[in-house]
Ligand binder design. Structure first.
Ligand code: AVI
Length: 328
């Protein structure tokens, strides 16, 4: 069922489906009461978490953002040609929209731009800046959990096609079946068009290990911030200093697994519920899957796409891929 839309004042056409706190509480309690404790990585991204993630992207060790940006800078024109004139660009998890600007600069008469993001403050900030810099572009922001069901706004101008943009290798944060389902939903939305997606590639695990264990400890702060958010929003009493950041590459599953490890035996109260932790017990907070070109092509095909074009950097660390929707 589609989420109810709330009215807010600015900008005039702002579609607000921001997830409710009750859902957050239910997900947190369910995840922490499972035999293997876990929290969904989507809850990292409140306004503070989104800012911490921006800081991660600036760390020397975190190569994905910089590498993807360099691919976009080198090939945005060719990408825009493939996307074609008058497309409606729909960005899933738009964040600061930095990479999107490279694309918007090259697109021919886009019918509109629909940035979708869970962080309202960041969405409003980037939309305000974009509207100033691209006065002719119709921007239709949607505040939502983009993995859920929500109404897609219609632009004033008729679109020749719908093209989704999903940069940053956020697809890596989905479990395989979830990824297949999510990509399939996009294939249905973008029939006749396609998806431009950033996909992080498998590489030397030492490089991966450093990327998720940066020397400045920003990734550790980002991880622990989730507990601070639960304290603040759900009235919990996590002693954040009693949890440690742990991120390690699992070569068999080709993914970074990120955890918060309890440094002592302790009990945490969330509202009326007590959650017990053994020393060394972990909360699994995120997986970040790394693909080969072949393994991602296989996933894309299962989801209703055909890989039409792949751009990579010289080291083969990261890829940007255009997938043609072939469902329907
Ligand atoms: C958003 N996502 C692609 C990031 C990643 O690399 O999996 C999130 C992240 N987690 C720790 N560092 C960055």
């Amino acid at each position: 069922m589609a989420t109810m839309r709330k009215q807010i004042e600015y900008p005039a056409r702002f579609y607000d489906f921001e997830p409710e706190r009750e859902q957050f509480r239910a997900d947190v309690l369910q995840g922490l009461q499972e035999p293997r404790k876990k929290l969904s990585s989507k809850y990292f991204y409140d306004d503070e978490g989104s800012q911490l993630f921006e800081q991660i992207c600036d760390q020397d060790e975190y190569y994905p953002t910089r590498t993807e940006l360099s691919i976009m800078q080198a090939h945005a024109r060719e990408m825009a040609e493939i996307l074609g004139p008058r497309c409606l660009l729909i960005e899933y998890g738009s964040g600061s929209s930095t990479k999107t600007r490279l694309l918007l600069d090259e697109l021919s008469e886009p019918a509109g731009y629909v940035p979708i993001d869970i962080s309202k403050e960041q969405l409003l900030g980037s939309v305000t800046a974009l509207s100033l810099d691209y006065p002719d572009l119709e921007v239709l922001p949607v505040c939502a959990d983009y993995t859920g069901v929500f109404e897609l706004p219609r632009p004033g101008r008729a679109a020749a096609s719908r093209v989704a943009y999903f940069p940053g290798s956020t697809i890596g944060n989905f479990e395989r079946e979830q990824a297949r389902h999510f990509l399939h939903q996009i294939a249905l939305v973008c029939q006749g068009g396609g998806l431009l997606i950033g996909v992080d590639l498998q590489k030397d695990f030492n490089i991966l290990h450093r990327a998720y264990n940066d020397a400045q400890g920003i990734t550790a702060r980002f991880n622990k911030h989730l507990l601070e958010r639960i304290n603040r929003e759900l009235g919990a009493d996590f002693q954040v200093q009693h949890f440690g950041h742990y991120a390690c590459y699992n070569p068999e599953r080709a993914r970074i697994e990120m955890h918060l490890v309890s440094l002592c035996q302790q009990t945490v109260r969330i509202g009326e519920i007590d959650i017990a932790f053994q020393q060394g017990e972990s909360i699994w907070t995120e997986s970040s899957h790394k693909y080969t070109l072949a393994s991602f092509a296989h996933l894309a095909e299962e989801a209703g796409f055909r890989v039409e074009r792949v751009w990579t950097d010289q080291r083969g660390f990261f890829s940007v891929q255009y997938l043609r929707a072939i469902v329907g």
